[in-house]
Design a protein around this ligand. Structure first.
Ligand code: XLF
Length: 328
């Protein structure tokens, strides 16, 4: 049995059957004929056609902002693994933190009839409102009725300060990322507030993206080269991939980590173990985040509402070699 048999039975062209299966434009009369033929012949050519026929879809669209960041590689891998245990597959899109790219991906997802969408570090907002498809956001809020999952970044920032302080650092610098990213701002705010509570002044420098391949070249990090590293004994960097660039720069300037400058990071991606010295980092609980995101979509698919709308998971300190071991 193939598409030709369906076309013959329905007395329409093969192209019409194909358009029906791919949700293309087709008259109501032809649609009814093809539907009847498929039902009568018991034609089930592939999963997509089956899904369309039953009005059930098994693909989740996952948008990530930057696949060259190892955190997002792990993020997607976890989502894929959990989704596939529930018989869903993943349609991935790398938005490069670009709103137009994100909107195009959204259109592709809708055309492909995804069952739900995970939007991470989205640059959009109204575009996701009133879609007929369940949506959940990682980090940046994209609408009043769209649930959000994130790490508690503010608390993470506070804890990063506390850790450096307990390890003896008193002259601290925070390397933060683009102001547009809510998670990055929350980390900075937490770090600054904790320093203020303690009566310490901190300095802040800004990176304008979380990672671009050019950053691997030390001379391209002008703002890092301009930092007077001897002023500092403790640095908190907003994520692991940026920490790798900072670490390289500090070492090239002749300072030792952690003897001269202690370094603490955020994400706890696999990069932390690969760097030398190994990087102390606050973990974003990627498995729990991925599960919470997919579960939120499943709840919405059942027509139920997600409560609470904003789910915040606690980051945990994973101490390695870039900060001095605490002696209590
Ligand atoms: O958006 C933030 C900044 O970078 C995200 O959680 C990350 O930490 C991933 O590396």
């Amino acid at each position: 049995m193939n598409i030709r048999d369906v076309a013959e039975f329905a007395e329409v062209s093969i192209a019409t059957v194909s358009r029906y299966l791919n949700n293309g434009i087709i008259s109501e009369k032809s649609r009814a004929k093809v539907k009847h033929a498929i039902e009568h012949l018991g034609y089930t050519p592939n999963d997509l056609a089956k899904s369309i026929f039953k009005d059930e879809y098994y693909t989740i669209g996952v948008m990530v902002p930057n696949l060259s960041n190892p955190f997002y590689y792990q993020f997607v891998a976890e989502i894929e693994q959990y989704a596939s245990s529930l018989s869903y597959s993943v349609l991935l899109s790398n938005t490069n933190d670009n709103r137009d790219k994100e909107i195009k991906s959204l259109q592709v997802y809708l055309r492909n009839r995804v069952a739900g969408i995970i939007a991470s570090r989205s640059r959009c907002n109204i575009e996701y409102n009133d879609l007929k498809v369940p949506v959940v956001a990682f980090e940046d809020k994209i609408g009043p009725n769209i649930p959000t999952v994130s790490t508690d970044n503010y608390e993470g920032g506070r804890a990063a300060f506390r850790h450096l302080y307990e390890c003896g650092a008193r002259k601290m610098l925070h390397v933060t990322g683009p102001e547009l990213f809510s998670a990055v701002n929350d980390r900075m705010q937490g770090f600054s507030d904790a320093a203020m509570d303690c009566g310490l002044n901190i300095d802040i420098v800004y990176m304008n993206s979380d990672f671009k391949t050019e950053m691997a070249h030390p001379t391209s990090n002008h703002f890092l080269n301009d930092v007077d590293w001897k002023k500092y004994d403790g640095v908190f960097v907003f994520n692991d991939i940026a920490s790798a660039a900072v670490m390289r720069c500090i070492k090239l300037k002749g300072f030792r980590i952690p003897e001269d400058i202690q370094l603490v990071s955020f994400d706890n991606s696999f990069l932390c173990d690969l760097l030398s010295p190994q990087l102390t980092s606050f973990s974003q609980p990627i498995s729990a985040i991925s599960k919470a995101l997919v579960d939120s979509l499943l709840i919405q698919m059942k027509g139920q509402s997600v409560s609470p709308m904003d789910c915040r998971l606690t980051p945990k300190l994973v101490q390695r070699e870039s900060t001095r071991i605490k002696h209590s």
